[in-house]
Design a binder for this molecule. Structure first.
Ligand SMILES: [Zn+2]
Length: 452
């Protein structure tokens, strides 16, 4: 629980001694702020920093509330922490409550405040991870702490897990744990974690988006090969030109609409809240009218394929013999091979496709005891709201846990101001979360974990 580096110390509470916001700070905000001040940037391709420091911090906190956590290192510096809390009814399947400790990179030049300083302004905690997902990490720690310090137990066994490497597919975190230490999840059938359970404003009504599934990911590399030549010559077989044609084709391709159970239900509910006819408008238009959530939801109505990186050439007057592009493809669950076959046709025969990484999609029903319990916990503390299912266009560690037959949901409950575009802040700049939303999340999670 130390302040990790000089930069943080300079902008930490010591420099704002009189600020009423930083005095009497709720424990959840304090922990989230401490975690934000630990730079746990995951650069991808196995390169990350700070995860061990954050894991040790979390480990110390879990010990301080009476648990016996274990630390797991997949590689030096790639550290996860897991603790089990015995439930009152040990015949019930265990629930995994998990978060990740890493964050995506942040360039301080783009941010209003230093992304690793954990500054508090106007009732908001700022910093990389304030949204994704050191907020929820802190909510998990305090909700569990509230239960244990009150001398209570959760209803069922809880497996509290904080993973490394979520932001790069989880090979050094959740996938490692599932492969090498599946025993820590023994008896677990369900999980809750990030990117769901937060509120959005839909036609003046507060709606909580409960995440019931995730799209699949297929990350490919397109490789075009041609003849190296002097840049002044007539060159028909130009790798850069061939690659560019493929990139345009895949980047501009319009994938057809396809609704799943979750999105069918969501579009129907959105239309009801918006008081529009979903058949007349069509799903895209219904979603477009749903406000800040639309950016997140539209991508779940179909496959998406975004070129994200280009690499070719080394000198202005040399035609290179190779050019490559990375494309981030997200499909609906089970459509990966179909989509890959179509991508093959779209990019043409002149370009090779290499699969860099792929992972499955998930979809769970918006029904059943856990969904009822999550919905009930939200409505208990925000009676006027409504709860909707949604599909996540990205992925979470629930993909790894699904390999053990664990059904995962996104439930990091936050009651947010109507004008806050929270979904846009995932991996965006100026991540920030209201302090009172963290208190709400702590309360709702505590309610859920002690009653479900
Ligand atoms: Zn995340």
């Amino acid at each position: 629980m130390t302040i990790p580096n000089e930069k943080s110390a300079a902008s930490g509470p010591a420099s704002h001694p009189a600020s009423p916001e930083t005095q009497n700070l709720d424990e959840t905000a304090r922990i989230a702020r401490d975690l934000i001040r630990m730079d746990t940037t995951n650069w991808g391709e196995g390169r990350a920093e700070g995860e061990t420091e954050a894991a040790e911090y979390v480990n110390a906190h879990l010990e301080s509330i009476g648990l016996k956590p274990s630390i797991y290192e997949s590689q030096p510096g790639r550290t996860s922490v897991v603790a089990r809390i015995p439930g009152r009814d040990r015949s019930k399947p265990a629930l995994v409550v998990h978060g990740h400790l890493d964050v995506v990179p942040a360039d301080p030049a783009d941010w209003t405040f230093d992304p690793f300083a954990g500054e508090i302004h106007d009732g908001l905690l700022w910093g990389r991870g304030a949204v994704d997902m050191k907020n929820m990490d802190a909510m998990i720690l305090t909700a569990v702490g509230d239960i244990l310090r009150a001398g209570e137990s959760p209803e069922r066994d809880l497996v509290i897990a904080f993973f490394a490497d979520e932001e790069d597919g989880g090979l050094f975190g959740s996938h490692f744990m599932v492969d090498e230490h599946p025993d820590v999840f023994e008896g677990a059938t369900e999980a809750i974690s990030e990117v769901g359970g937060y509120s959005v404003d839909i036609a003046g009504r507060r709606a909580y988006l409960l995440q019931t599934g995730e799209k699949s990911l297929v990350w490919i590399r397109l490789v075009a090969r041609g003849r190296a030549a002097h840049g002044s010559r007539m060159v028909a077989d130009n790798a850069v030109t061939k690659l560019a044609e493929a990139v345009v084709a895949i980047g501009r391709h319009e994938w057809p609409l396809r609704l799943t159970d979750t999105t069918t239900q969501l579009v129907g509910e959105l239309a009801r809240l918006l008081d529009v006819d979903p058949v007349a408008l069509g799903p895209d238009e219904v979603v477009l009218r749903s406000g800040t959530a639309s950016g997140f939801i539209r991508a779940t109505l179909r496959t998406t394929s975004n070129p994200t990186l280009l690499k070719a050439g080394y000198k202005h007057n040399v035609v290179p013999e190779r050019a490559e592009a990375l494309v981030d493809i997200r499909t609906l669950a089970g459509e990966e091979d179909d989509v890959l076959a179509q991508v093959r046709e779209i990019v043409g025969d002149d370009v090779d496709i290499e699969i860099v990484h792929r992972d499955i999609g998930l979809e769970a029903p918006f029904a059943g005891p856990l969904v009822d319990a999550m919905t009930g916990a939200l409505l208990q503390h925000d009676a006027d709201a409504t709860v909707l299912p949604y599909l996540l266009s990205g992925g979470t560690d629930n993909k790894a846990l699904s390999r053990l037959g664990i059904t995962g949901y996104g439930f990091a409950p936050l009651k947010l101001p109507a004008d806050m575009d929270f979904p846009a802040m995932f991996h965006g700049v100026d991540e920030r979360v209201p302090l009172d939303s963290l208190v709400f999340g702590r309360t709702v999670l505590r309610h859920l974990l002690s009653t479900y």
